[in-house]
Design a binder for this molecule. Structure first.
Ligand SMILES: [Ca+2]
Ligand SMILES: [Ca+2]
Length: 235
């Protein structure tokens, strides 16, 4: 082979290696997916409920989903009600562990949790735009429940990221107040709002809708339909 041909072959091989490397690389090495909900039975591995039995959860193969099957949540908004969908350890249902809990995970490297969400255009109100407010809760290794919420637009798949530093202790509800760590004393006492010893479980709650003018949930029959997929830890 001439020197020129050798150089050309070397260049082609190098290019092929670079392309192959790009194709084989995981989409986002900083994301560790813990729930994909691709199985029809995925719904059996989540715990969910609502005060007024107004939340339905199912498995959906909605064609618009680029992530395979997803969890579909349908919720009728009732004033003063609550709802939740949870997955992980330490729940009442013991079969709700994540599909993937990496062994020997260094929690110091994990900075938050992300999820994919698609919200269908909200029915029952003429107002536009309508957005949906959703809370993400984390139950940390101590059993403390911390929360951050997001306002999500309708009509497209979005990735929401909730970083641990944004979470605050839920003052409205804890299973065990001894799990909360505090700073200060007496009336000046505030919680550290810190994720300690990793994450046992995650939980979502649909808090309601966000519109320009207030909506009367007693007279307006509003239903929120949304899909959740690819819950992941962020490295
Ligand atoms: Ca999926
Ligand atoms: Ca804590």
């Amino acid at each position: 082979m001439t020197r020129l041909r050798k150089t050309a072959v070397l260049l082609i091989v190098s290019a092929a290696v670079v392309i192959a490397g790009t194709l084989l690389r995981p989409a986002n090495p900083r994301r560790v997916v813990i729930s994909r909900f691709d199985s029809r039975d995925a719904v059996k591995r989540v715990e969910y409920g609502s005060r007024d039995f107004n939340l339905a959860v199912g498995s959906s193969s909605r064609s618009a989903s680029p992530f395979g099957r997803s969890l579909k949540l349908s919720l009728k908004l009732i004033p003063g009600s609550y709802n939740f969908l949870a997955c992980g350890q330490g729940l009442i249902e013991k079969r709700c562990e994540w599909e993937n809990r990496p062994a020997r995970l260094d929690w110091d490297e994990i900075s938050g949790i992300s999820y994919k969400i698609f919200v269908e255009p909200v029915k029952g109100t003429e107002q536009r735009p309508v957005m949906v407010k959703i809370a993400t809760d984390i139950i940390d290794g101590d059993g403390e429940i911390l929360r951050a919420s997001r306002i999500v637009h309708t009509g497209e798949w979005l990735e929401e990221r909730v970083y641990f530093k944004e979470l605050t202790t839920r003052y409205d509800y804890q299973r065990d107040w001894n799990s909360v760590k505090w700073t200060g004393t007496g009336d000046d006492k505030t919680s550290l709002s810190r994720v300690d010893n990793g994450v046992k479980s995650y939980q979502f709650e649909v808090l309601g809708i966000v519109t320009e003018r207030p909506v009367d949930l007693k007279t307006e029959q509003i239903e929120v339909v949304l899909y959740i997929d690819e819950v992941a830890l962020i490295r």
